[in-house]
Design a protein around this ligand. Sequence first.
Ligand code: V07
Length: 258
Amino acid sequence: MFNKFGLWKKPANSSTLRDKIEEIKKSPIPEHVAIIMDGNGRWAKKRALPRIAGHHEGMKVVRKTTMLANNLGIKALTLYAFSTENWKRPKNEVEYIMKLPEEFLGTFLPELIENNVQVKMMGYKDQLPSHTLYAIERAVEETKNNTGLVLNFALNYGSRSEILDAVKQIINDSKNGILMETELNEQVFSSYLMSSNFQDPDLLIRTSGEIRLSNFMLWQLAYSEFWFTEVLWPDFNEEYFLEAIEVYQKRQRRFGGI
Ligand code: V07
């Protein structure tokens, strides 16, 4: 498509990423987005690479997704990085994955700080290698006064255990007179979960074509919008993220219209 000067002319319906971001910002943005980052192993397999190559590529996508989320004004981004089930994977793969937080933070922590991002983690800390936990806790500490996007890593997280632990703590608090049965409601129950400082996710994204929750934020996702894509996590890019948010916004408009 050329104009009269023989120069390339942009088709009317093509818009740059920048234009798309500005357009999306005109409508309400989901405040809390949660993502199940699935398909890293499959991405590697398709390329005859070891699974760990997929995890490493997936880590780069974490950075891009974080920056875009921050740019859009999303308040919280929860990423499912490692489930309590993932320990069943081969030992060398688990060991490699447990080095990713250090590598990620070693490279990107300065950028996160520059961009006012706050790092958080939810999950069972006691089973994590000390080097992994140390790197994360340092990042949490160094970013605790930042006021931009909260980047929340679900790491060694499992929702049923989280709910059971909440119930046990509630029983304890009840025995000790800290909580009365009549005081317990949904809001109070939520405060016993690992996500107590977060509002429930508005939008859940899962990549790689699996249509299930896999023990992720079962209580918190009760009213969330779900968006699933066949795209593998290492191939997930800004365009797909914006598409998910556009779909969310369209659903909100339809919901508001009734
Ligand atoms: C992990 C890369 C993304 C795809 C999913 C599995 C592999 C970033 C982190 C991370 C965690 C905490 C933190 C900073 C970065 C990470 C794990 C796995 C366990 F403070 N990517 N990534 N952690 N993968």
